[in-house]
Design a protein around this ligand. Sequence first.
Ligand SMILES: [Zn+2]
Length: 298
Amino acid sequence: MKHILENVKKCPICHSENYSDWRSAIDHNVSGDTFKIVECNECSFRYTNPIPSENTIGEYYKSDNYVSHSSTKKGVINKIYHIIRKHAIKQKEGYAKQYSDGKSILDIGCGTGDFLGYCKSNNWDVLGLEPDEDARILALKNNNVSSKDISELKNLKENSRDVITMWHVLEHVYNLNEDIEEYKRILKPGGHIIVAVPNCSSHDAEYYKHHWAALDLPIHLYHFRPNDIKSLFTKHGMELIKIIPMKFDSYYISMISEKYKGGNIISGFWRGFISNLKAKNKKNTFSSQIYIIKLQKT
Ligand SMILES: [Zn+2]
C-alpha cells in the first residue's frame, strides 16, 4: 500500500520532542506493512510514529478481520467474540448507570450501535458518533440508533451529557488533546468519561511482544498504560477515579496474538488465563481496562 505517513513531532501527553524506538510490528489486517512505536524520553508514553495521515487511515480499517465495526460471524474467534460481546454490553451499561447522575449518554465510535441499542432499550437518551458511514447505516437498521459523523463532535451541545463512553476508541483518536477538551465541554459538570483501552504493560503484551494483537498498527495511535491515562486526563483537569479489568479481552487478544505467532488457539486461551491470574496479583495490569474519569463540578 502506498500511503502518506506523517511524523508525530511531539509526545501527545507531555509534548516532549525526544523519543526512542520501542517496538515495530506488522499490520496483520490490511497492508502487511511494518509500523513503529516510539517511547517518549520524558514521560515514557508509547505512541505510533510515523502514522498514516488522517485522511488515508480509513484504508487501514478495511478488513474482514476487523470485527469491532462489522457484524460478520466468521471463524471461531469471531464467534466467541460475539457471544462475549453480548454479555459485555450489559456490563458496560451497568457501569454507565453506576457512574451517571442522569440518563443521557454519548458513545464515541459507536460502530454498528449494539451498545447504544441496548442502552436505548433501558431508557437512556442515546447519541452516537461514528466515522464509518456503513457502520452508521447498520446502527440505524439493526439497532434503531441514529449516529452522526465524528466530525460533528465540535457541534454537540455543551453541558448536555451525563456520561461519555469510548469502548476501545481513545487509542484511535487523532487530535487527542483537542478532542478531550470537546468531551469536557459536552459533559455536564460532575459527569464522567468511561474509557476502555488495551494495556501495553499487561502480561500478555509483554509475553507476545511484537505479536501482541492489541498493538493493532497502524490504527492504534497510542499504546496506553494506566499511568498514561492518569497523566493525560489530569493534564486536562479531570480525575481518574477507578480502574476496572476487562477479563475476557486477555483471552481474545491472546488467541489472536497466538495466531500471529504461528501457535494455536488453545495456547492463546491458556495465555489469556495466565495473564488474568498475574494481573490479579499485580493491580491494574489486565490486558484491557476500563477507566472511570470524572469531570469535577465547578
Ligand atoms: Zn511524553
